[in-house]
Design a protein around this ligand. Structure first.
Ligand SMILES: CC(C)(COP(=O)(O)OP(=O)(O)OC[C@H]1O[C@@H](n2cnc3c(N)ncnc32)[C@H](O)[C@@H]1OP(=O)(O)O)[C@@H](O)C(=O)NCCC(=O)NCCS
Length: 188
């Protein structure tokens, strides 16, 4: 297998970050489940920690992809966010975050979501800063990196397709799509 060497790369392990937090009652809604926003905030924090460690720079959040909470998180659960750099561009980094919630009494561990946060590094004047390349040392590192490339392309294609849809908007044609939908139509 041929190595690729561009110099100055940092390994995935160098910035791998985990935070664990106890879910307390003030984080919950009236039904006793943890607010999604609490988890989003923790995801943002761990993404920042991971991205700033990799880049050695101040970072800002650009986008959060694939946030589907598959299982509820309860008060008393220990939530862990396992974050690692999946992809590096010029100034951007994609941080993959696996979120798990553990019930400490039963030992049951739930995988609630895996999401991808794009962060960019900025210098003190707010200009974009080039970040170190990523050293890929395992097939998992390679898979995550190439998945990020594909995810970015799909996102760009989707965004372009939706822009085209918006430009093509035709009321009569769209109304046909409303058949069998749970809506009422009362146009002025
Ligand atoms: C994100 C931001 C830097 C993009 O600025 P821009 O002038 O459009 O610059 P670019 O187009 O060169 O994009 C910069 C990088 O962000 C990436 N990027 C931009 N928009 C993106 C998006 N929607 N999703 C993923 N990556 C994105 C680009 O791919 C590029 O990556 P690269 O440097 O690795 O090639 C700018 O919009 C910004 O500063 N936003 C505010 C971010 C912030 O403050 N977040 C905190 C929450 S309030």
């Amino acid at each position: 297998m041929k190595d690729i060497n561009i110099g100055g790369a940092k390994s995935v392990d160098y910035s791998r970050t985990t935070i664990t937090e106890l879910m307390i009652p003030s984080y919950a809604n009236f039904g006793g489940k943890i607010h999604g926003g609490i988890l989003l905030s923790l995801m943002d924090k761990v993404a920042y920690a991971c991205a700033s460690k990799h880049s050695g720079a101040y970072c800002v959040t650009v986008s959060v992809d694939n946030v589907d909470f598959l299982q509820p998180v309860e008060v008393g659960d220990l939530v862990s966010m396992l974050a690692s750099v999946n992809y590096v561009g010029n100034s951007s980094m994609v941080i993959g975050i696996k979120v798990i919630a553990e019930n400490v009494k039963t030992g049951i561990v739930k995988h609630t979501n895996t999401s991808y946060v794009t962060m960019v590094a900025k210098d003190e004047d707010g200009n974009l800063e080039t970040v170190p390349p990523l050293l890929l040392k395992s097939s998992t590192d390679v898979r995550r990196f190439t998945e990020s490339i594909k995810r970015r392309k799909l996102k760009k294609d989707l965004s372009q397709a939706m822009d085209e849809e918006k430009n093509r908007f035709n009321l009569d044609a769209e109304i046909k799509l409303l058949n069998n939908q749970r809506c009422e139509l009362k146009l002025d």
